[in-house]
Design a protein. Structure first.
Ligand SMILES: N[C@@H](CCC(=O)N[C@@H](CS)C(=O)NCC(=O)O)C(=O)O
Length: 215
């Protein structure tokens, strides 16, 4: 544990790519999950307090938005979980997690957009309102979350995966908050295809859980 005037974090490993993260963050979990599925090792700087990194002028140089996750790779700081997923998929896998074919890539991007809009502002917001982590109108957030779930269920009734015949970063980006929809006050009983897809994601070799559950 290092303590500075404006920063408190734990350094797990000083080698390789470094992920700056917070354990309770869904966006950071997407990156930990992607690393695990790719079987790629990485170092981790874990901020112990959700907002401690915002106050660090050093961290703001890495991500002017002051948010985690940030990945240090090849001498660059990549911020935003979507950008990091794109980097990891292309850097370590090639075509299957993110094809560069124009049509295939646009299909993945559609779901990445959903993950950063209705899923984040709907499902994540509802969960945070319930947990008392933010203010807002629960019914509005849940309404937006149900829009996302409806779109996902429709796709998954006809397909095993969101953007392709196999898993892509689209599945990784959407999975965390969808799998926790009950914690947003939305039971998944009405979404059978989605429950089968959640099980499919959790059966992928290398899958790791998102902990702590209440973060
Ligand atoms: N769109 C961004 C969102 C990043 C984000 O909201 N990070 C949260 C954790 S999930 C954070 O750093 N929160 C601390 C704060 O708001 O001060 C991404 O996907 O990376």
């Amino acid at each position: 544990m290092l303590n500075g005037p404006d920063l408190t974090f734990t350094v797990h490993n000083l080698h390789m790519m470094t992920l700056f993260e917070h354990p309770g963050s869904s966006n950071c979990y997407k990156i930990r999950l992607m690393f695990a599925l790719l079987g790629v090792d990485y170092a981790c700087v874990t901020f112990e307090h959700a907002k401690s990194h915002n106050r660090s002028s050093e961290f703001l140089k890495q991500n002017p938005r002051g948010l985690v996750p940030v990945l240090e790779a090849e001498g660059n700081y990549i911020w935003d979980s979507t950008a990091i997923l794109v980097y990891l998929a292309r850097r370590f896998d090639g075509e299957s997690w993110l094809s560069v074919d124009g049509l295939a890539m646009s299909r993945v991007m559609q779901w990445l957009a959903l993950s950063q809009s209705e899923i984040l502002h709907g499902l994540m917001a509802a969960r945070h309102i319930i947990l008392g982590k933010r203010r807002g109108v629960l019914e509005d957030a849940q309404g937006l979350g149900r829009v996302a779930l409806g779109v996902l269920e429709d796709r998954l009734q006809r397909n095993n995966w969101l953007a392709s015949e196999g898993p892509t970063i689209a599945d990784i980006a959407c999975y965390p908050h969808v799998s926790r929809a009950p914690e947003s006050g939305i039971p998944l009983d009405a979404y059978p295809a989605m429950r089968r897809w959640i099980a499919r994601v959790e059966e992928l070799p290398g899958w790791v859980p998102w902990t702590p559950r209440a973060g």
